[in-house]
Write a protein that binds this ligand. Structure first.
Ligand SMILES: Cc1cc2nc3c(=O)[nH]c(=O)nc-3n(C[C@H](O)[C@H](O)[C@H](O)COP(=O)(O)O)c2cc1C
Length: 178
């Protein structure tokens, strides 16, 4: 079926609020996806839509809102980096989830990956990817990448649950879930 033919359930069946609440019950990590635009501008966006796709070949995906200011850059850039954030990188998550002319301004701990894509120090894992193909998914665009390089570190991850940041320390979970 072509993407454009997908209509989904009638709008009254599931409200946006119900959907957000239900999706929030799916605990995820938090990533900053980074890239370099054709004209040499560094871009980054906080996402929790990152997921594995395939082991052989190594492939991953994430999705970006079609209306996001950085979507044009992520659509055309040949490469992207995935920085899986550690529990101490909540500030980075916040920084990259707010629109800004230059989200990297004044930021320390940025290295350069393949294709000069900026990568963030202090992550739990990094994936350096080729932008392989994209598909429309409703109001988002699903970006699938093939993985050229990975790095991992033994650090506690940043966690996102019910619209809030958490970590794997049970004392830090939202009150009602303890
Ligand atoms: C925890 C978290 C997860 C997010 N996940 C996504 C996501 O998967 N896709 C997306 O398009 N935006 C996501 N966002 C929102 C973007 O980070 C935000 O809209 C950002 O400003 C977009 O970057 P831009 O303005 O540079 O385009 C998420 C935000 C947070 C805090």
């Amino acid at each position: 079926m072509w993407d454009e033919e997908i209509v989904g359930c009638p709008p009254e069946a599931v409200t946006a609020r119900e959907l957000r609440t239900a999706l929030g019950k799916f605990t995820s990590g938090v990533c900053v996806i980074t890239t370099l635009s054709d004209d040499g501008k560094r871009e980054g966006i906080t996402v929790n839509s990152f997921a594995s796709v395939s082991l052989n070949p190594a492939m991953v995906l994430w999705s970006i809102a079609r209306g996001a200011p950085s979507s044009a850059t992520f659509t055309t850039a040949p490469r992207f980096g995935v920085n899986v954030l550690s529990a101490r990188q909540k500030d980075l998550s916040t920084r990259f989830s707010r629109p800004a002319a230059d989200k990297f301004a004044g930021l320390d701990g940025v290295t350069t990956g393949l294709g000069a894509v900026p990568m963030l120090d202090g992550a739990v894992a990094q994936f350096e990817c080729r932008n392989q193909f994209q598909r429309y998914g409703g109001d988002h665009l699903i970006i699938v990448g093939t993985v050229d390089l990975v790095r991992t570190w033994d650090r506690p991850p940043l966690v996102f649950f019910a619209g809030q940041y958490a970590d794997l320390d049970p004392r830090h979970l939202p009150q009602e879930t303890r």
